[in-house]
Design a protein around this ligand. Structure first.
Ligand SMILES: Nc1nc2c(c(=O)[nH]1)N[C@H]1C(S)=C(S)[C@@H](COP(=O)(O)O)O[C@H]1N2
Ligand SMILES: [Mo]
Length: 396
């Protein structure tokens, strides 16, 4: 027996042969699920790009300080559309997988190219959704650095999606124009008999589509609760749902960052560095300055977010005390020597009314895990850039 025939036999045995007439398959179902999937991927890509640019700003990039909830919103959308895309992708793959085994297996160069592009698309999409989901759970069972890989693969995925849409556009248009469960039109123009017409209770495409919307909605609701306080109770997928000292979750504790209670000692200083001049301030110096109170969210890149009331010294006032008059970026340096111990605050954020070096959280002195003695809290910023345990601020 030829190898190709053997493969066909094998696939038939395990039920993976080409069965285009199965009621839950066909372009009409695939196209409808595909549109929803395309919208999710599109929103996820744009919001992901934004998040990446805010954290690694190219020269031309500018991000506003207001409204303070904007990043919370865009990143919530990123994680929610990403999670919603998981069931959509599974259903879509389920409706088309027999085509992977369609004959001829290799065929013309164009067909080969089309199959190669589909393979890239499927692999990149699964990779993005899987690594993104793992990141929301802070579970990194891999060796590569998450953010750069997730970002690079996003371009591959979106490129492959655009090629796929362009190639399939005629099929998509026809399929969307036809009613979901009506008989299919055969190549000769006649109507095919409906799939399993006499099978009472047979699975219809409409049933599959409705179930798909329901499961997708459920997945979205499960994750959106970590961003919307009133929806927190339904958020069973949200790993950090508002617990933590002073009513706020924590990503990295003081202990994990090697910050000991020693920072409570009398020798703690926050040093301001402006044009080669150093101004060391004690915690009492900071407490003696004019205090400002603001309600601002921590919006973690991983999707959870929570609002809190912060009190502290305006960064602008603090730097003015060291002789700085605004208009320049500032580098935040932490006692934490980890990955997020140094961040750069663009000039418009350094000068903003709402940007604080916080000493208090929700009416109490800042908990050690929240960044005691003091931390940065600025409006409309990813949580990862809200540097805790500050020891030094340099005007650039
Ligand atoms: N020095 C330092 N600051 C940090 C971090 C860190 O690892 N080190 N983590 C950041 C991240 S990822 C988030 S989401 C917020 C969380 O702040 P919270 O622990 O006060 O809720 O702190 C940010 N500030
Ligand atoms: Mo974060």
């Amino acid at each position: 027996m030829r190898v190709a025939d053997r493969i066909d036999r094998l696939l038939e045995t395990v039920g993976l042969d080409e069965r285009p007439r199965s009621p839950v398959r066909g372009a009409r179902l695939t196209a409808r699920v595909g549109v929803a999937l395309g919208i999710c991927f599109g929103i996820c890509f744009v919001t992901g790009l934004l998040s990446h640019w805010i954290q690694h700003p190219p020269g031309w990039f500018w991000w506003p300080t207001q409204p303070s909830w904007l990043y919370r919103f865009t990143q919530g959308l990123h994680v929610t559309t990403g999670v919603a895309a998981i069931p959509l992708l599974l259903v879509k793959l389920g409706t088309v997988y027999p085509k992977l085994f369609a004959r001829p297996r290799i065929g013309s160069p164009v067909r080969l190219l089309e199959r190669a592009s589909i393979t890239v698309l499927v692999v990149a999409a699964i990779f993005q959704l899987f690594t993104g989901l793992m990141n929301t759970a802070q579970w990194y069972p891999w060796k590569f650095f998450f953010t750069t890989t997730h970002y690079a693969t996003a371009w591959i995925a979106i490129g492959a999606i655009l090629v796929h849409i362009a190639v399939k556009l005629p099929v998509i248009r026809t399929a969307l124009g036809e009613p979901l469960d009506a008989p299919e039109t055969l190549p000769d123009g006649s109507s095919a008999p409906p799939a399993r017409p006499d099978h009472a209770g047979a699975l219809t495409r409409r049933t599959v589509l409705r179930s798909t919307w329901a499961i997708t909605g459920l997945a979205a609701v499960a994750v959106v609760g970590q961003t919307l306080p009133f929806a927190r109770w339904i958020s069973f997928l949200a790993p950090r749902s508002g617990e933590g000292p002073q009513g706020l979750p924590i990503n990295r504790t003081a202990q994990q960052a090697n910050i000991t209670d020693g920072v409570r000692g009398a020798d703690y200083r926050l040093t301001l560095a402006v044009d080669g001049r150093e101004t060391p301030l004690t915690l009492d110096d900071l407490r003696a300055m004019t205090q400002t109170t603001r309600d601002l969210p921590i919006a973690c890149v991983e999707g959870w977010s929570a609002s809190a009331t912060w009190t502290g010294v305006r960064l602008r006032d603090l730097l003015a005390r060291a002789g700085h008059s605004g208009g320049r970026d500032a580098r935040m340096i932490s006692l934490d020597r980890g990955l997020y111990g140094v961040t750069v605050l663009p000039a418009n954020f350094a000068d903003a009314d709402d940007t604080l070096i916080a000493l208090r959280l929700n009416g109490e002195e800042l908990n050690l895990d929240h960044g005691f003695p003091c931390r940065l809290i600025a409006p409309n910023r990813p949580g990862v850039l809200q540097t805790k345990w500050l020891s030094r601020i340099e005007v650039l």
